[in-house]
Every structure is written in C-alpha cells, then in structure tokens.
Design a protein. Structure first.
Lengths: 305, 305
C-alpha cells in the first residue's frame, strides 16, 4: 500500500486512535503520525510505548500541517476540540471522527470547520471493553465495518481517500446518512449496552446473591453482559445523552416485548416462548454467515480454560 | 484416573450428555457408556459418530444394570422419564440430572425414585449455543462450575462419587440447596437469557432497520446477545416455565433499574449514568480474576477475522 496522507493527527489516544496508529503503520498508510491527548499520563504512556511518531501537548500543535485530523475523543468533548483546532487547520485538510453517534457530532463539529477543509464523519464498528493508549492493536478493524457519513455536498475525493484509509486498515466501508446511522446503532449497540449495564447493576445490587456467587457462576450467560458493561463509562454516558431519541425509542420497544414475554412466563404460555426463541435463533445464523462471528463450539472460552 | 462407575446411562444425547461422554472417556471414568434419546435421528447420529459405547432404543433398556443414570432431557420431560425408568433401576444406583433448574426437577423426579436408589440432582454451568449429539466436546466442563444439590439425608458416598466424576471431567464442584440454586441462576443465567432473546426479537421486528444492517453491524454489541439468544428453544421454554418465580422477581428488579436509567437519559443526568457504568465495570474485573473469562484484547473475535 502507498501513503494516503503525509501527516495524520490523532486527537485523543484511546483504544480506537491507538488501534488506528497500529493499523496505519502495518499498511504504511501515513507518512507521519502525530498524536495528542488531554491527559498528561496518557501522553506519557503513548510516548513511552512509541504509539505514534510524535506526541504534542496540545491539539492545536498536533493539527499543524496535518492532512488528516481524526477526532477520537468522547462525543461530549468534540465541540470544544473542534473550536480549539479550527484556526490551525491546513487548507485542503480532511477532518474525520470516530464517534459512536453521528447527528450530535455533526452538530458539534460542523459549525467550526473552516472553508476549504473537508469534514467527513465516520464510525468504526469495532471495539473491546478495554480503553487507554495501551489497549490498541492493529487487527481491531479487520473484517469489521466502518460507516462513513458524508454530509451534503461532500468532496468526493476527500471521501474516497478516507474510504481507502479505512480499507487499508482492514475494514469494510459503508456510507449512510446520519439519522439512519443513529437508528441502526441504537438497535445494534446503544440499547444492548444500556441493557447489559442494567443487568450487571441489578446483579450487583442483589445482596442476597453474593458477588462471589455471581462471579463464580457467570459462565451461564451473565458473563457476556459483563463484558459489554465494562466499556468506557465516559464514552457511553455521552452516547446515551447524544443519541437520546433513537435509544429511548428502541428501549421502549424492548420493554414492551419484555412485558409480553414476562406475561407468557407468568401464565405458563410455553408455545409463545418456544416460537419466540425459535425465531431469534435465525438471526444468529445470519451473523455467522456474514462472517461477523464464529460458531466454533468452544467459542468465547479462554484457551485451556 | 480410575473407573468410578462400571456403567453409565445417558438419557438424552444433546450438548451436555454428549460432552459428558467425551469427558468421561478422556479421563477413563466409566466402564461402559450407554445412551438413548427419544428421537430416532439423534440415536442414529450418536451411533454413527460413536458418541457412546452402546445406543439403546428406550430409556428402560439404557438404565438396565447402570450404576449411574444421567437425566439429560429438557426439564419438562424429566417426570415422564423418571416414571418410565423407575421399575428398571438397579438397587444402589445413583440418578442425577443436568437440568438448569432444581426445585422443579426435584418435584418431578423424586416421587418416582425407588428405595435404595440415590437421587443427587446436579447442574453443570457450561454450554454453548449449539445443541444435538454432534455438538459435544470433552473440554466443555473444564474450569467451569457444576453445582450439586443433595437432598436432605442424601447418601454421602453417592454424593462424593458423583462429585469425583464431575471433578474428573474437569469441573469445579459446589453444593447448594435447591432454592438458592434457582435464585442464583435466575440472576446469572435465566434473566440474562430472556433479556437477550427479547432484544434480538426487537431487532428482528424493526423493519425500518433491515435484517442485513442488523447482521452486518452486529459486532458493536448486539452480537453477544444473538449468541445467547440462539440457545435451544425447548430447554429455555422449560427453564422459564419451571423457575417462574425467581426469574420474574429478577426481571421485575431489572425493569425498575432500566426505567431509572431511561429517565436519566431523558433528563440528561450524565452523572448518574457515569456512576452506574463505573460501578458495573468492577464486576467484570472480578470475573476475570476468578478465571471465568479472559481479558485478551481481541477476545471474542474469530481468528483472522
């Protein structure tokens, strides 16, 4: 692969930005990778592990002369960062972001983007429950989808180049408008996360079932919830506050269905339960066929344990 | 390891019984393993893949002369099987089961157990979303917990021998009374399963978000729910119908908490969300420390994908 951007500036150095640094290096996609983070500790770790070529103290310094700027901070911090860097952007540069919601990011960032700079919002659908500069790895985006959300009248060359970058980092790329993105993600990510957080919170509250029992016997299903519910609290607070409408709509639908199944349990309607559980099995098959998971029989279990 | 039972009869040949056959062979724990299943197709597959030493057409034949009888059928079928085999049991034999609920199994089975036969209910907390005789594998129980639920006045030798069998198959073993088992499992398994089934059903219903989008973008969280929601429908119908009270109690708590978090989203109370999400992160740490999951950064992703 050849270099797509002579200089890339990563604003924020968490799991996603860190994985981007690894993935860009793996494929030689960037001439120089500059990075910055608000926390001095994060910057020090990034420096120590050589995560990027150069760590700067401020975002303004980082974007100086950069051809691509990646906003990889929590959604709630995007507006302030955009305002901060605006005067320092190189004409013709592209700004993108990796936020989990898109309409709110566009609202926060677009007003600050100067003429002659291209803003192409994006969202890589990949992650783990880990955060911080040491949590990144080059394979995070391999065979996972990244959604680009070009705004009306977007520069086609700028969009094409950003798409090539994501493909070079191993991702599949799709384009979508921002409202559809936010609805699709409310279903596939935001509502499931809130539900997982809630169930783990309930288990924690139930003093009748001690922590140690919940932990010891977690392999029976609960464990998958705890993995989801261990994700970064700041990021997820911002997701829910900024994709409020779609998330609440899906949660409303969820509660309605849950009540119907609870009633089936209470009244002993085994047929309704059986039919429902049979239908949900089909979706799983689709995910495995689409290559987004594996059906290996001991999947999800630690090697040798 | 030495032989603990000269003849073991497996009634039902699904994931758990199949894995027991593999695990018993791995450690040489049984002299002969006999198996049966209600479905002729299941019996034919078991025969073809050599899952057990001998396949019989009926449960009555299978238990003839057996020292250990394992009831590995859905909870709703336990009473009929117990009644069926009762006249054919060898004096001094032990009956156990692998059902996911315990009070209902005791109610269903205990009345049929003849004098001189030991009934020691059990529940291995292990599984995958696969079912059927070809889904078993020897490592399923390794480093996972099996809970034994000895009844009042249980024969201590019979309990100790069954414990040794599970340990020989790789499991950790705990003892617990049946009501506590059913409550703990409602938290760690039954409620999470119903919630996952519900969320997957909601996604399936939302025609505005097409199946293909839900499937493509599932890696963002939803995927973990689909794995849980792909579990055997018959087994899970019976679990909910027979552990009704505890499951409904936990679901009631869950709904209460979910409403509180929904309100926090609606009113924009970021602090409440942040605090909640921080607390749930701790539980995850406990599970990793207890060896019930791994924190490898690319955990849960297919090799090379």
């Amino acid at each position: 692969m050849s270099v797509l951007y002579d200089r890339v500036a990563l604003i924020g150095l968490g799991l996603i930005a860190g994985s981007m640094a690894h993935a860009m290096r793996r494929a030689g996609l960037a001439g120089e990778i500059v990075g910055t983070a608000r926390s001095a500790e994060t910057r020090a770790i990034a420096e120590e592990i050589g995560l990027v070529d150069r760590v700067t103290e401020t975002a303004a310094e980082a974007v100086e002369g950069a051809d691509l700027i990646v906003l990889a901070v929590p959604v709630g911090a995007m507006a302030a960062v955009a305002e901060d860097i605006a005067p320092h952007l190189k004409p013709g540069a592209t700004i993108t972001d990796v936020g989990s919601v898109k309409a709110a990011v566009v609202d926060a960032v677009a007003p600050h983007v100067p003429d002659g700079v291209h803003f192409v919002p994006g969202h890589p659908l990949a992650g783990t429950e880990h955060s911080g500069p040491q949590s990144g790895f080059a394979e995070l985006f391999d065979h996972r989808w990244t959604i680009l959300v070009p705004l009306e009248g977007a520069d086609t060359d700028a969009v094409a180049r950003l798409r090539a970058l994501w493909e070079g980092m191993g991702a599949f790329v799709d384009e979508m408008d921002m409202d559809r993105h936010d609805l699709v993600l409310a279903v596939t990510s935001h509502a499931p996360h809130l539900i997982a957080y809630t169930m783990v919170g309930v288990a924690d509250d139930l003093r009748r079932v001690t922590d140690s029992e919940v932990v010891k016997y977690s392999a029976a299903g609960f464990r998958d919830f705890t993995r989801i519910a261990a994700s970064d609290p700041t990021m997820w607070r911002d997701v829910f506050l900024t994709n409020k409408e779609a998330t609440l709509e899906i949660l409303g639908r969820f509660t309605e269905e849950l009540f119907a199944l609870q009633r089936a349990i209470r009244t002993g309607d085994g047929d309704q339960l059986f039919d429902y559980f049979t239908r949900t099995r089909e979706i799983r098959r689709g995910i495995i066929e689409a290559g987004q998971d594996t059906d290996a029989p001991n999947f999800g279990r630690a090697k040798g344990g």
